[in-house]
Design a protein around this ligand. Structure first.
Ligand code: PGA
Length: 250
């Protein structure tokens, strides 16, 4: 049985005070349940937010990291630094990093290896653009990202990874994939896990859906057999809507 996992990606939003208040609002209402929950504040607020999430049922995630362990990499943050701030997860290969910051599958792959080696749970994002979908290339694009981003992992390592399928055209647009559209890609990803790894890995790995998830569309998406959670952007910035999505996962 895969434990449903809902994560909120706050992106580059919030002041320090807003981040702490948002975390407090979520932590105060989110007890330990069968749903795994995490929030990903901007890295500069991880320390402040970790004081709020400490000992709670809400896990802390970073939005990115660098693959090197330490050294002369101005502006970058290592996996061990994130662990030092009590992070459990790190989002890697988000489409905004791929498309705006130019991250490649090879970059993501180096980060995945570094995160796993340090003991962080990587949430690895894949997803096609609108042009790629309209050209009928969704399956091949997602497969290429899967193979490139997750190359060289053992079965054991892969079992610890969380995958997030996030169609780029659905992120921040209000245009959510239909449950059938999402489930089709999730089922393809599950098959890839089985062929590239094995059936135990395929059964264990959680695959989140992301892209305009809201409290009113979450239940139908999360009801699909291969959708094991959600990576939520905009709707994770309000306590009520984030909790509404968690409630829909139950
Ligand atoms: P959204 O973002 O929920 O605002 O569409 C999702 C994401 O980027 O993870």
């Amino acid at each position: 049985m895969r434990r449903p996992f809902i994560a909120g990606n706050w992106k580059m939003t919030q002041s320090r005070a807003e981040a702490v208040a948002l975390a407090q609002g979520i932590v105060s209402q989110q007890g330990k349940t069968e749903i795994e929950v995490a929030i990903a504040p901007p890295s500069v607020y991880l320390d402040a937010v970790s004081q709020v999430t400490k000992g709670s049922a809400v896990g802390l995630s970073a939005q990115n990291m660098y693959h090197e362990a330490n050294g002369a990499f101005t502006g970058e943050i290592s996996a061990s630094m994130l662990l030092d701030l009590s992070c459990k997860y790190v989002i890697l290969g988000h489409s905004e990093r791929r498309h705006i910051l130019g991250e490649t599958d090879a970059d993501v792959n180096r980060k995945v290896h570094a995160a796993l080696a340090a003991g962080l749970v990587p949430i690895v994002c894949v997803g096609e653009t609108l042009a790629e979908r309209e050209a009928g290339n969704t399956k091949s694009v997602v497969q290429q990202q899967f193979d490139g981003s997750l190359a060289g992992l053992s079965n054991e390592q892969m079992s610890d990874v969380v995958i997030a399928y996030e169609p780029v055209w659905a992120i921040g647009t209000g245009k959510v994939a239909t449950p059938d559209q999402a489930e089709e890609v999730h089922a393809d990803l599950r098959k890839l896990l089985e062929t590239r790894y094995n059936s135990n890995v395929a059964a264990a790995v959680r695959i989140q859906y992301g892209g305009s998830v809201k409290p009113d569309n979450a239940a139908e998406l999360l009801g699909q057999p291969n959708i094991d959670g959600a990576l939520v952007g905009g709707a994770s910035l309000k306590v009520d809507s984030f909790l509404g999505i968690i409630a829909a996962a139950k």
